[in-house]
Design a protein around this ligand. Structure first.
Ligand code: FAD
Ligand code: DLZ
Ligand code: SF4
Length: 512
């Protein structure tokens, strides 16, 4: 063949730049299931199953569209287990003139590819990934010379660039951001839509058997498995969201309810990140729903901000700051990740709910990740690299380019405030306001200190107290620090000793 076109497992779109630059008649596509990618962190079983099944379905589509494809299954004889090993074997087999691919999503993989040209003795052409609306180079140009790299400013520029929700030069509705309207707690008697569930076909069943056999000791439940694994089903899932959930998406974006794993969230991140859905298309559809009067502006703007704003922004930060970003630890947090992140066995109802549904679904919505599991880890001083590894492992949508800035920056403040203007911390009060978890928790949210008090309460003050040298000058923490300083010394000591007893339990690996 002329060129070997390597398609990675999260590049499952017929519009990939690599395919657009290839010649169907003369070039050959290569896709590989490799142990290295399945185990560089020991991914949730559902994530591996989703990706392998989506890859196998995508190959069928490519072949129908006329491409010749070499597809290497995980259990194929001779599978070397790595991208490089498989490319090497394919080069020996097919003798191509060169290799063509779209840039990978992770620094680790790109760093490996940089040596291929020399090692294989062939030209390796790496194209930019056109699925994103802002390239790493554009983001770097945007970032250059700025004192602060705030998402909000970036997002406004992206609105102007794409014209999404714009009336000429002005944002639709006269404001860029309707977040203030998006903080309502939900009620369990509201009608809750449920994401589209797809019954596993023969291809998926085969993959489920493979994963059960080869990855039995990985985290999470494999079944029931209901993810979409084709573009068609992923698009249907998104249409379901537009019809049933978008209307309430904004209003209840920060809400949490016991037993409600999805609320009004889209549950599409795994599809989007793997290439089954296209980001700009989703945003345009949501804008159309708003313009046709099918969704309020706070919902449409909120959704578009997540994708056009946050998703593009975190990717920009990732490529701007890697590789150093992965080992940032501005607050010098060193505690190991508590065992209950793996088991869900804790008396803290909010944490138990978030972890249990993560085990079951490889999914938790944003506010669970940020305000429950992320918040607890931050308050308890868990080593951010352990927190990062957990998030990368347990969610079906996790790839380092999106997970790392969300964890290191947004959730753990380990970059010292590059991404977030203040640490996302809260006491039990906020969780109680936004959820109904506390009602059935064995801790008492209104109790601040002593036996039976909600652990988030004392840990909150302990966090501020112990990190004062790092945080005292943060303007957004002025108020809590003022409250802390005004507090009676005996009260402060009660908080300190309650928090230390909790941290001690963690260190002794006792139940919490
Ligand atoms: P919805 O709430 O319906 O939002 C719609 C879409 O907006 C999402 O599908 C997603 O593509 C995008 N989006 C929303 N928030 C963010 C964000 N902060 N960053 C990037 N995109 C966003 N998202 C991932 O895709 N992969 C990850 O590995 C990941 N790790 C995270 C780790 C932590 C600690 C935190 C706090 C957040 C993380 N997120 C990650 C962001 C967010 O939680 C998920 O995108 C979201 O929960 C996915 O569910 P959904 O499709 O129902 O999203
Ligand atoms: C996540 C993942 C897994 C589990 N397995 C594979 C695989 O076998 N083959 C493949 O091409 N890609 C896989 N991936 C996705 C890659 O890890 C992803 O492409 C890189 O991390 C770059 O984002
Ligand atoms: Fe979580 Fe505290 Fe509420 Fe229990 S009381 S659910 S630990 S916030």
């Amino acid at each position: 063949c002329r060129k070997l076109v390597l398609i990675l497992g999260d590049q499952l779109s017929p519009d990939m730049s690599s395919l657009r630059h290839a010649d169907q008649k003369r070039d050959r596509v290569l896709m590989v299931e490799v142990m290295e990618e399945a185990t560089y962190v020991r991914h949730h079983k559902k994530k591996i199953a989703f990706l392998f099944s989506a890859m196998r379905h995508f190959v069928q589509e490519l072949r129908i569209a006329g491409w010749s494809v070499d597809y290497v299954r995980l259990d194929a004889s001779g599978n070397t287990g790595s991208f490089k090993g498989e490319v090497k074997r394919a080069v020996a087999r097919l003798n191509p003139e060169g290799i063509l691919l779209t840039e990978p999503g992770e620094w680790r993989v790109l760093a490996g590819m940089r040596s291929w040209q020399e090692d294989l003795g062939l030209p390796v052409e790496i194209l930019s990934d056109q699925r994103f609306m802002c390239s790493p180079a554009e983001f770097r140009a945007w970032a250059t010379g700025r004192k602060q790299l705030r998402m909000e400013t970036f997002y406004q520029d992206m609105r102007r660039k794409t014209g999404l929700l714009m009336d000429g030069e002005k944002p639709v509705g006269g404001k860029w951001n309707f977040d203030k309207e998006n903080r309502k707690p939900a009620r369990s008697d509201l009608f809750m839509p449920s994401p589209k569930r797809v019954r596993p076909d023969k291809v998926t069943r085969e993959v489920l058997d493979l994963v059960e056999n080869r990855f039995a000791d990985h985290f999470g439940s494999l079944e029931p498995f209901w993810f979409a694994v084709t573009k068609q089903d992923a698009e249907a899932a998104f249409e379901g969201f537009l019809e049933a959930s978008l209307e309430n998406f904004g209003t209840y974006q920060d809400a949490m309810l016991e037993g409600e794993k999805f609320l009004y969230h889209a549950v599409i991140s795994a599809y989007l990140n793997a290439g089954l859905l296209d980001a700009l298309t989703l945003c345009r559809k949501v804008e159309t729903a708003y313009r046709e009067g099918k969704a309020p502006l706070n919902a449409a703007e909120g959704f578009i901000r997540q994708i056009l704003g946050w998703r593009e922004y975190v990717r920009g930060i990732y490529w701007l700051k890697m590789p150093a970003y992965a080992s940032e630890n501005a607050l010098e947090a060193r505690r190991p990740l508590p065992d209950f992140y793996w088991t869900g066995k804790t008396r803290m109802k909010c944490v138990a709910e978030a972890v249990t549904q993560t085990i079951e679904e490889a999914y938790a919505h944003h506010i669970q990740r940020l305000m429950v599991t992320g918040n607890f880890a931050l308050l308890a001083g868990v080593d951010p690299s352990e927190v990062h590894e957990w998030y990368l492992m347990v969610y079906a949508d996790a790839y380092e380019w999106v997970e790392l800035p969300n964890t290191i920056g947004m959730s753990q403040f380990a970059d010292g405030g590059l991404l977030a203007s203040k640490p996302y911390i809260s006491s039990g009060n906020y969780i109680n306001k936004m959820s109904d978890y506390c009602r059935s928790c064995s801790y008492e949210v209104s109790r601040k200190t002593g036996e039976g008090a909600c652990p988030f309460n004392a840990l909150y003050w302990h966090f501020l107290d112990r990190n004062e040298p790092h945080l005292r000058n943060n303007p957004r923490l002025g108020q809590p620090y003022a409250t802390w300083r005004k507090m009676a010394p005996e009260k402060q000591d009660q908080y300190r000793s309650t928090a230390e007893a909790i941290l001690n339990r963690l260190d002794q690996r006792e139940e919490l």
